[in-house]
Every structure is written in structure tokens, then in C-alpha cells.
Design a protein around this ligand. Structure first.
Ligand code: ISL
Ligand code: CA
Length: 548
């Protein structure tokens, strides 16, 4: 595994290729489009790029349904384009983290094409096939994307498991032959010089394979108890590490829906585990028992507690990751900030939080310029299977489209997938033709072009904050000491490392707050021009150096 712990000192930029930049005028982002923006990526000061899946896929779930792990999605380009992108990133000292989807494949993958042919096909056990019960599915497990997690295959009169869409059959990691296939495909990408792997839904590769009914209506509880954290999880991760990762200088970050502060360390064993894992404590805090389209209010007090709980968990072993948004969640400024009258200040405040917290920060494309949620005018505007399936479920419960749309516009994944906004020109400069998904209407005033080289812009602030993080090791590896736990407006904390100590003040409110700054504190960075000491204006963020 890593001889170097480069990832602990890195800032990672997440690129959703379909929406980053279209280079050949087909309305879909592609690898040459990313290459055309490589100097922009360099200008951000980031150390690594995480690419969402770029493998051959029928695109049922944004590429998270892979039909060939060894081929590039033709819409995105060729393997030569990939090799060029990797080389150009490495020339600029930027590492590449690939996204591997190993909990499930596409139903158009040859493995599944074989597996469904007959009960005695050699590939049958690459997936989970079970007989139905009482004329229905084997158990009551719901899919992440609505409906049952089982699909009936008439040809062999059995059901196959798919925690996600019916076109994403779960791979059976209990089968050593499947695990060997996974090892081979990982080696293929690591032999090409890839520096890191983001492991999709790694928490579910070992699940309850006795398949009991779930005993709760709370979906996130069902994930925790039945889909994730299964009995052989540590074994499977340790095997992949021993057979593959230990032979490369590769960083591994798992995506862990269902992990808990108590069991996170099980995934992060220094010798046999992953380097990092994404937790979802804050990501699910505003989801009710019905999941994404059952939004509930969130409180800053709980938000702060979640950061403390997980920092304590990761302080024990392994290393944490910090993110406030990605391709699966609404835009951070719309979700956690104030994207109306305090759009600029709150975007910068969230960037300050992300880049001053312990753990490797992951910034999602567009958040560095304060991109906001979009507005679906009808469900037909959505390009996300989760939203479409969610609407089907909602209709069955008698919900009207406007009510569902309000929820989808608040918490749906489409918000993060609108084309990157480069200029105030047509389609935000993403493409010369109508993109695969409508550009956000505010692209004319929120874009890279009008924020470049503008001192007070969000983009400029992001670049400055990245420099601050790189210049002060206390912000990447220092200890974390929250204060003002009880406040519903102020998120304040210390970061300490030997003699260095930094005080971070974040006013998560539209009001003015008082805070007694220690004598001798030196302001390092802030999102307002100089103002009154001991007073925080609406959504004001300040980092003070209080080193002794
Ligand atoms: O979007 C969610 C459902 O509410 C998240 O819980 C998400 O599905 C879950 O964290 C797993 O996400 C990953 O795997 C999915 C894919 O749709 C997501 O884009 C990916 O990030 C299935 O591969
Ligand atoms: Ca294209």
C-alpha cells in the first residue's frame, strides 16, 4: 500500500465527466474536454482528480452500471484519450483517482449475459439468484432506487438481487472466482499508473446472504443492518489489499453508505484495510425514513456533532475524508449555505469549512465557483433514474407532481449534474449544442470566465484557501477541537499541531454574531474585507493564526 501518505496532504477535485466539458459537439462531456481544461484544473492548486466512472456502460445510472471494465465509454472517448489525460495530469504533478464500481455490474456485462442463461451456467454464481417466496420476491428488501431489490427472470424462474437499478445486478463476492476477476481488472488500471481508487458502495460487497426480511421501514437503517457491514467485509478488503493494492503505491478510498462511527475503523485497518472512507453522517441527516425524497430539516448543532463524532472515529485509525457535496447530492451552497442574498459569502464559508477540517477534502466540480441547485420544471427534465423511479413510487402513494418536484429540486441528484459553467455564452460554454442535460439558468452570471482573475470571486477565494491549507500543515493533519457546540449559528473550532494553532470561525446565519478573538490572533484569510474585530457579519468566515 502507500509508502507515501500523499493523500493526507492532498486536496481532491471531483470531475463528473459527462458534465465537465464537451469537446466534440455531441452535447456530452468527454475526456478530450477534460484535457482541454487541464490548465484550469492546475490553476485550482488541487493535488488529485477523482473521475466518476468512464467505463463502457449503457448509462442506466450515470455510468455506475459497467458493461466492460476494460473499455472506455465510447461517448467519452478512447483508451488513447485516457492515456493522454493521465500523462498530462502527471506532467502537472496531479494524481488520478479512478472510480471502480465493484458491488454490481451492468446487466449488459457478458458475465450477467451468461449468468442468466441457465441455472448451471458457470457464471450463474457471479450474481445472487434465489427462488421467490409465496409468488413474490425472495424477501422484502427495497432497492435504493425504489421498488423491490429483486427482479424476476422468467427464463430460469428465479430472482436476481439488485440493490440499485434492475440493470445493476449485485456481484456475488462470496464467489472466489468473481473476486479473482475483480483483482485482474484492478491490476489492469493500476498497471496503467492510476494513483488511487474510489471504491463505489464498498460497504455492501459483503451483505446478509441469508437474505432475511428487513425489520425496519427506515431505509438507512436497512442499509446499515442488511446491505452493508456484512460478516466477510474485512476479509474481502484484506484479500484485495494482499493480492493487489499492496503491490502498487495506490490510495484507496471507499464509499460507505451504512458505515457507522463505531465500525468505520473496521474498514481502515492500517495493515489490511482501506486508506480512507467517505461517511454519510451529514449526507443523510436531512433525509427522513423514506430516504432522499422524504426531506426533513437539519440543525447546525447536529451538523457540528456529526463532524466531531466522525473526527473522533477517524482519529483512532486510518484517515478521514471531508466532502459537502458530490454527484449524488444537491449543491453545497443551496443545501448548507444561503444561495440567495448571501450566495457569495456562504459559498466561500463552505469552502473554508471544507479546507480547514481534518481529513482529505474533496471538492465537487462547480462548487469552486458556487454553482447552485437547478430547477426541474417537470420530472421529464430529470436525467436521473433515482428521480424517475422516485416519482413512480410517489405516484403510487398518490403524491402530485408539484409536491414531488419540490422535493426533487431540494434534494435530487440532478442538481449536481448540470453542465459545468465555463462562460456566459450558450450552454455556459460547456458545449456548442444542446447538452445531454439542461444548463442551469444562472450560468450567464455564475461561471469560470467572469470569476477568473477577479479578486473577490469565489473561484479566487478557493484558490487562496487551497494555498492556505497547503502552507499550514496544522490544517491538514492537526487535531480538531470544536467550540460553540450549542450554537445554532456559529461553527467555530481550533486546529492544533505542536506550537501551531488555528482558530476557524464560521457564521452559518444571516445575522451578526459576537465572538471574542484571542489577543494577538492574526487573520490568515476571510471572506469579507477587513471589518470589526470580535464581530462576524452574515456568513462571515475567518481563519486566525493563534500560534504561541
Ligand atoms: O444517491 C444515493 C441514494 O440515496 C446515495 O445513497 C448513493 O446511492 C449511495 O451512497 C451509493 O452511491 C454510489 O453508488 C450508486 C450510484 O448511483 C451513485 O452515483 C454512487 O455514488 C450505485 O452505483
Ligand atoms: Ca462530447
Amino acid at each position: 500500500m502507500n509508502s507515501s501518505d500523499w493523500y493526507k496532504h492532498s486536496v481532491v477535485y471531483q470531475i463528473y465527466p459527462r458534465s465537465f466539458k464537451d469537446s466534440n459537439g455531441d452535447g456530452v462531456g468527454d475526456l478530450q474536454g477534460i484535457i482541454s481544461k487541464i490548465d484550469y484544473i492546475k490553476s485550482l492548486g488541487v493535488d488529485a482528480v477523482w473521475l466518476n466512472p468512464i467505463y463502457k456502460s449503457p448509462n442506466d445510472d450515470g455510468g455506475y452500471d459497467i458493461s466492460d471494465y476494460y473499455a472506455i465509454q465510447p461517448e467519452f472517448g478512447t483508451m488513447a484519450d485516457f492515456d493522454e489525460l493521465l500523462a498530462k495530469l502527471h506532467e502537472r504533478g496531479i494524481k488520478l483517482i479512478m472510480d471502480l464500481v465493484l458491488n454490481h455490474s451492468s446487466d449488459e456485462h457478458p458475465w450477467f449475459e451468461q449468468s442468466k442463461k441457465s441455472k448451471d451456467n458457470p457464471y450463474r454464481d457471479y450474481y445472487f439468484w434465489r427462488d421467490g417466496t409465496n409468488g413474490g420476491p425472495p424477501n422484502n428488501w427495497p432497492s435504493f432506487f425504489g421498488g423491490s431489490a429483486w427482479e424476476k427472470d422468467e427464463a430460469t424462474n428465479q430472482y436476481y438481487l439488485h440493490l440499485f437499478s434492475r440493470k445493476q445486478p449485485d456481484l456475488n463476492w462470496e464467489n472466489p472466482r468473481l473476486r479473482e476477476e475483480v483483482n485482474l481488472l484492478m491490476k489492469f488500471w493500476l498497471d496503467k499508473g492510476v494513483d488511487g481508487l474510489r471504491l463505489d458502495v464498498i460497504s455492501a460487497i459483503s451483505k446478509r446472504t441469508d437474505f432475511p426480511n428487513t425489520d425496519t421501514n427506515d431505509f438507512n437503517e436497512t442499509i446499515r443492518k442488511y446491505y452493508a457491514n456484512g460478516p466477510r467485509l474485512k476479509e474481502f478488503i484484506a484479500e484485495a489489499r494482499a493480492k493487489v493494492w499492496n503491490y502498487y503505491n495506490v490510495m484507496t478510498v471507499g464509499e460507505g453508505p451504512g458505515i457507522t462511527p463505531q465500525n468505520a475503523v473496521d474498514y481502515l485497518d492500517e495493515k489490511n484495510g482501506l486508506n480512507m472512507i467517505f461517511h454519510f453522517g451529514h449526507m443523510f441527516m436531512d433525509q427522513g425514513p423514506g430516504g432522499r425524497f422524504d426531506p426533513i430539516p437539519w440543525s447546525l448543532k447536529d451538523f457540528k456533532q456529526i463532524f466531531k463524532t466522525w473526527d473522533d472515529a477517524f482519529a483512532k485509525q486510518g484517515w478521514g475524508s471531508v466532502f459537502l457535496g458530490n454527484h449524488d447530492f444537491p449543491r453545497m451552497v443551496s443545501r448548507w449555505g444561503n444561495d440567495k442574498e448571501y450566495w457569495e459569502a456562504s459559498s466561500k464559508l463552505l469552502i473554508t469549512l471544507l479546507l480547514s477540517m481534518r481529513g482529505t477534502p474533496f471538492i465537487f466540480q462547480g462548487d469552486e465557483i458556487g454553482m447552485t441547485n437547478t430547477t426541474l420544471r417537470s420530472v421529464a427534465d430529470s436525467r436521473d433514474i433515482e428521480t424517475h423511479n422516485g416519482w413512480e413510487v410517489a405516484q403510487k402513494k398518490g403524491m402530485d407532481e408539484n409536491t414531488f418536484l419540490k422535493r426533487a429540486n431540494q434534494s435530487g441528484r440532478d442538481n449536481a449534474r448540470t453542465p459545468m459553467q465555463w462562460t456566459s455564452g450558450p450552454f455556459g460554454g460547456f458545449s456548442q449544442v444542446e447538452p445531454w442535460m439542461a444548463t442551469n439558468e444562472n450560468a450567464s452570471n455564475i461561471n469560470v470566465e467572469n470569476q477568473s482573475n477577479t479578486a473577490h470571486s469565489i473561484l479566487y477565494y478557493f484558490q487562496e484557501m487551497v494555498k492556505v491549507r497547503h502552507q499550514h500543515k496544522v490544517l491538514s493533519v492537526g487535531t480538531y477541537h470544536p467550540i460553540t457546540d450549542g450554537s445554532e449559528e456559529l461553527f467555530a473550532f481550533w486546529r492544533k499541531l505542536n506550537q501551531q494553532q488555528m482558530l476557524v470561525l464560521l457564521n452559518f446565519s444571516d445575522g451578526i454574531l459576537k465572538f471574542q478573538v484571542p489577543a494577538g490572533a492574526k487573520k490568515v484569510i476571510g471572506n469579507y474585507e477587513s471589518g470589526m474585530v470580535n464581530e462576524l457579519r452574515p456568513w462571515e468566515a475567518i481563519v486566525y493564526d493563534c500560534s504561541v
